[in-house]
Design a protein around this ligand. Structure first.
Ligand code: G6P
Length: 367
């Protein structure tokens, strides 16, 4: 590729830093000139004619789908099924009439995702893809391909592609909500206004890199780490754990906070740090009470929250971090930043190959 590190030590660092600009770019591409309305290819379906959305992907892209499920279900009241491509393709899932299928892939070439697309091709009403490479196989074989406009991503661990996938999926959920009369034009404009403010808030989140480096220094001694989150933060916890294991080789597992008592709490002791992702949202008190259960068992908590959350709940934690306050629906895009930076700085502390982690490939084009 003809991209370089532009002065950064690693492609991953550069790609993390680029996020305010590329997210801005992705937003602009799907808004009208005034920035107050949506601008989609004509080929997209009218979502009032769609009864179910099936989303399929692998790896980080699958966590973008799990996040988007909350948006499509909560904002657009559209039932969503999410599956990983390697399972979906062999299960022969029935595809009911009025199903739209949506495939998310940075490369657009992942073998399992492409095979899943080919399976639904003649069964679904409409095949949509969300890709970073517009000329890719997955893009070419869909009815509508929506580029995420993230620019070339070189680091094997996906960063900017993930947040741009989320941005495009959020905008698509707004279209679905509007098509299905779940939000008014005014509410749509309010959502778009808050989204337009997000790149600036992501910029602010990036200034927490030094604080995350200090936390990562302490984290790098661990051999196991737990990530907890609820609601929109659950897929983010999965993504945080994936990032950490991919590049630092520390074993990391994510759980929905409410599942803590059904198993993972047995692991909690002072040697297993627990990363809790909890903006001061509608589920905050629930997550905090799970966090207290960890602390009561001498677990060391890294609390990633906002200023109010830190005021209310950070007293007994090991480390805490306060991000800018954003509307609840947008928290996954913002909270991806500390998840990425924590993994990045932990990998640096351990001296691993950040851009080319062992045994992993950027694009998995064989099964
Ligand atoms: C590989 C990469 C991951 C990526 C996954 C899916 O495992 O290492 O970063 O999330 O493939 O790739 P895709 O190109 O389909 O998004």
């Amino acid at each position: 590729t003809n991209v370089d590190k532009a002065g950064y030590k690693h492609f991953m660092a550069k790609e993390i830093a680029e996020q305010p600009a590329v997210i801005q770019n992705a937003i602009t591409k799907y808004l009208d000139e005034a920035g107050t309305g949506l601008n989609w290819p004509e080929t997209l379906p009218d979502f009032s004619q769609v009864d179910r959305l099936t989303m399929v992907a692998c790896g980080t892209a699958s966590y973008a789908c799990f996040t988007a499920k909350y948006w499509f279900e909560r904002i657009a009241r559209l039932p969503v099924e999410v599956d990983i491509a390697s399972e979906f393709r062999y299960r022969e899932p029935p595809v009911t009439p009025r199903t739209a299928a949506l495939f998310v892939s940075q490369s657009g070439e992942t073998a399992d995702t492409l095979a899943a697309l080919r399976y639904v091709r003649d069964k679904a009403d409409h095949v949509i893809s969300v890709v970073n490479v517009p000329e890719s196989s997955i893009a070419r074989e869909s009815d509508t391909a929506l580029p995420i406009h993230a620019g070339v991503e070189v680091g094997v661990a996906s960063t900017k592609a993930f947040t741009c996938q989320l941005t495009v999926l959020f905008l698509l959920a707004l279209k679905a909500a509007h098509d299905r009369d779940q939000i008014t034009t005014e509410q749509l404009q309010d959502h778009l206004a808050t989204l337009r403010a997000l790149p600036g808030q992501i910029n602010d989140a990036l200034t927490l890199s030094d604080a995350l480096r200090d936390i990562a220094h302490d984290l790098s001694d661990a051999s196991d780490v737990l990530f907890l989150g609820r609601g929109l933060m659950y897929p983010l916890a999965l993504e945080g754990a994936l990032k950490l294991k991919e590049i630092s080789y520390i074993h990391a597992e994510a759980y929905a906070s409410g599942e803590l008592k059904h198993g993972p709490i047995a692991l909690v002791d002072p040697t297993v740090p627990v990363v809790v992702m909890a903006p001061r949202d509608s589920l905050f008190d629930k997550t905090v009470s799970n966090m207290q259960e960890v602390i009561a068992r001498s677990g060391r908590v890294i609390l990633i929250t906002d200023a109010q959350g830190r005021d209310e709940a950070a007293e007994d934690v090991w480390h805490s971090l306060a991000l800018p306050t954003v509307p609840e629906v947008l928290t996954p895009i913002l909270y991806a930043i500390p998840a990425q930076l924590l993994a990045y700085h932990t990998a640096i502390a351990k001296g691993t190959d950040v851009d080319q982690p062992r045994n992993l490939a950027k694009s998995v084009t064989v099964e």
